[in-house]
Design a protein around this ligand. Structure first.
Ligand SMILES: [Zn+2]
Ligand SMILES: [Zn+2]
Length: 276
């Protein structure tokens, strides 16, 4: 199994040393571990801002761990980018600075407001969450990323699940999935939803069922696709050692049921399929 979405103490919100994450991954029998620390592009988000991201230090640590775990665990150098509309050039420049294996594009801010706050304000005001999905669509169409992180993340913060009207977002989610297939962007199943009130990953099974129908060739097995093939990957969004690999087996089952036979991994920003 793989886990491509793990935060170490190079992220301000994780206490976990990278070595601890590797130890947990190896103990759980993971084959590939992707460390993907935060880099944000809004000045308001001081602690997480890309200017404070010390990619050289992370790279040195990853190289040390790669030697330590050689033959036991493959360690990938990822990053989770907080996508902000209008910051595309800055994100592009940032991604050139370090030898990343992949970049996860996630939406953590809508109109300059943190998603956790924004979602609750919208819900209390009786408004919908469409601007969030429009930002996700822009991220998917930007061509900047390899993986789209936690597609329907607003579900994490909704007070009452009844206030999240799935049908309302079917259209725009479809457009996001279309953009992903066209550009070779893999969709992450973010298993953290299983440990939140959402009780379902981000996104859930029905989105993957729709997605697998869009990408011809996936059913054939070991497809090394770039565009025109729906690609999926798995991330736990772990910030603590006991979350590394969390929900991996459930995710695999869910994806198989949805019609997938492969997972996407990225090395030096090249996509390649491994069997699911
Ligand atoms: Zn995120
Ligand atoms: Zn994350």
């Amino acid at each position: 199994m793989i886990d491509l979405h793990v935060h170490t103490n190079f992220s301000p919100d994780s206490p976990m040393p990278a070595e601890r994450a590797c130890r947990a991954a190896a103990a759980r029998g993971l084959k590939i571990l992707g460390l993907a620390d935060h880099a944000e592009f809004l000045n308001e988000d001081e602690a997480y801002i890309a200017d404070n991201y010390d990619g050289d230090k992370i790279q040195v640590e990853i190289e040390r761990l790669r030697k330590m775990y050689e033959g036991k665990l493959e360690i990938l150098f990822g990053v989770e980018i907080g996508y902000v509309r209008g910051m595309e050039r800055d994100i592009e420049e940032f991604l050139k600075k370090y030898p990343f294996d992949y970049a996860i594009g996630s939406v953590h801010y809508v109109d300059g407001v943190l998603v956790s706050v924004w979602t609750r304000e919208r819900e209390l005001a009786g408004a919908d969450f469409m601007p969030y999905f429009e930002t996700v669509l822009a991220a998917a169409q930007s061509g900047l990323f390899d993986i789209l992180g936690h597609l329907d993340y607003v579900r994490k913060y909704v007070f009452a699940s009844g206030n999240y009207d799935r049908e309302k977002y079917e259209g725009i989610v479809g457009r996001i999935l279309d953009a992903a297939v066209k550009t070779g962007l893999a969709i992450e199943i973010n298993t953290s939803g299983w440990r939140h009130f959402a009780r379902e990953p981000y996104p859930g099974a029905e989105v993957f069922q729709r997605f697998s129908k869009l990408g011809k060739g996936v059913m054939g097995g070991s497809v090394t696709g770039v565009t025109g093939v729906a690609g999926v990957t798995v991330g736990s969004d772990a910030h603590k050692y006991f979350e590394v690999g969390y929900g991996g087996d459930r995710a695999r089952k869910l994806l198989r049921n949805a019609g997938f036979e492969s997972l996407e991994v990225f090395r030096q920003r090249k996509r390649c399929s491994i069997s699911l």
